[in-house]
Design a protein around this ligand. Structure first.
Ligand code: IMP
Length: 425
């Protein structure tokens, strides 16, 4: 493993990052989350057990790793506590293997309610969020009235900020949503208790990681969501509220861009997305149901059925560019095993114009017709294959074409959820 590696989703999330990060974590000293919150759901299969992590980096499953929640992450105390309890119930001890940035922002109960109310009330512009309060929390961060862990640990500052926030939010709840208001006292008490519980984990993330870099430690930055859900580079406004792309690793942890050695993009052998928004290569209902059932395409966080479609080389090419991907990992190739033929989207056509680069105009994304290339399937099971070279000939043809179209080399191919079902190229 290179010294400092960023792993990102190169589509709309759910590319199977959990498994890849789990494998790469073995060689890392530090595993770091840098954006998002418990909207993420990283599934890792260990033997018979399927573990789903939302907030704590999946490196926690390996002994001797330091797992860091960076300043770019938004933390829901309830979710963090639940995850610690869940991991401890699985025999994983949480002590100095978890570090949390003192600059990470906190999600409050009013953020979660606001997230759901906005989606309900303004349903014409619904995003299909996970309802975890992510957007409203980042909104407060950027309008400079958010509350960070460092603020929480200073009772006087916390009291002042929480009072101001609750006053403002309650006015919104009353006037815009006709919703009940929040009690300062209750939240102040709950969060003050939480402050005591997390104190031992709190750190200066930037100092911690820069020191680790000086000592030559291996650091894995675990991206959540995917490139097309990035607030700047995704299918805006149908995105999440953070920078899920590789650049987010620097601002979300406090390390310089020259400290990143390698960026790996995870892509599913086809495409999925959850929530609203344009999806040019989305399948028709019959194929959707088939692939959803073979690929078990249901959200790890909300259980929502994922929308499924053909591989879209336009968006992955965009991801290669935005993240500066050195290599890609193709996951869930086995889901396509029995397909007689496979389509790959190589461009979009709209009003007589061909788009082979990702268009920022949401209308083009909604209305464009995908331009496909079609390749023959391999129609045989890849289950049990141990070597990349042993994959069926047509699977090689498919993967080679993906490489050519997206402009990045494939490093790993995954053919199942278990650690052993991983082929290194
Ligand atoms: P939010 O992050 O909850 O605000 O949701 C915004 C959009 O991002 C919605 O379309 C969600 O379905 C999507 N989203 C958020 N987190 C994930 C994830 O981990 N995987 C896939 N989609 C996600």
């Amino acid at each position: 493993m290179a010294e400092r590696v960023v792993v990102v989703g190169a589509q709309w999330g759910d590319e199977g990052k959990g498994k890849v990060i789990d494998i790469l974590s073995e060689k890392a000293d530090y595993v770091v989350r840098y954006q998002g919150g418990n909207n993420a759901g990283h599934t890792v299969v260990v033997g018979e057990d399927e573990l789903i992590l939302h907030l704590i980096p999946s490196g926690i499953l390996h002994k001797g790793k330091v797992c860091v929640i960076g300043n770019g992450v938004v933390i829901d105390p309830e979710a963090l506590k639940a995850e610690i309890t869940y991991l401890e119930s699985k025999g994983i001890k949480i002590n100095n293997n978890l570090r949390i940035s003192d600059c990470a922002h906190l999600i409050f109960p009013y953020h979660k309610v606001l997230d759901k109310l906005r989606e309900e009330k303004f349903s014409r512009t619904k995003i299909g969020t996970t309802g975890r309060g992510i957007g409203p929390c980042y909104t407060d961060k950027f309008s400079r009235n958010g509350i960070r862990i460092a603020d929480l640990l200073n009772k006087r500052v916390f009291r002042e900020k929480l009072e101001a926030n609750i006053e403002e939010k309650n006015a919104i709840f009353r006037k815009v949503y006709k919703y009940k208001t929040f009690s300062f006292k209750k939240i102040f008490r709950q969060y003050s208790d939480f402050a005591e519980e997390i104190k031992p984990y709190v750190c200066n993330c930037s100092l911690l990681l820069n020191q680790a870099i000086k000592e030559g430690k291996k650091i894995l930055f675990e991206g959540a969501q995917g490139t097309l859900l990035d607030i700047d580079h995704g299918t805006y406004p149908f995105v999440t509220s953070s920078n899920s792309t590789a650049g987010g690793a620097c601002v979300g942890t406090g390390i310089g861009p020259n400290k990143i050695d390698k960026t790996i993009g995870i892509v599913k052998a086809y495409t999925t997305r959850v929530g609203e928004g344009p999806f040019p290569t989305e399948f028709s209902e019959k194929l959707m149901n088939k692939i959803r059932s073979i690929g078990k395409e249901f959200g790890a966080t909300t259980g929502r059925p994922r929308r499924c479609g053909w591989f879209d080389a336009v968006i992955v090419r965009h991801a290669v560019c935005i993240n500066g991907l050195d290599t890609i990992v193709v996951t869930k190739l086995d889901v396509l095993d029995m397909m007689p033929s496979l389509k790959i989207c190589v461009g979009y056509s709209y009003k007589g114009k061909l788009y082979d680069n990702f268009p920022s105009d949401i209308e083009v994304l909604w209305k464009a017709k995908p331009v496909y290339e079609e390749l023959p399937g391999w129609q045989q099971s890849t289950k049990g294959i141990k070597e990349f070279s042993a994959l069926p000939k047509n699977a090689h043809v498919y993967l080679k074409r993906l490489e050519q179209l997206v402009g990045a080399k494939i490093e790993i191919v995954s053919i199942g959820s278990e650690r052993t079902q991983t082929l290194f190229v």
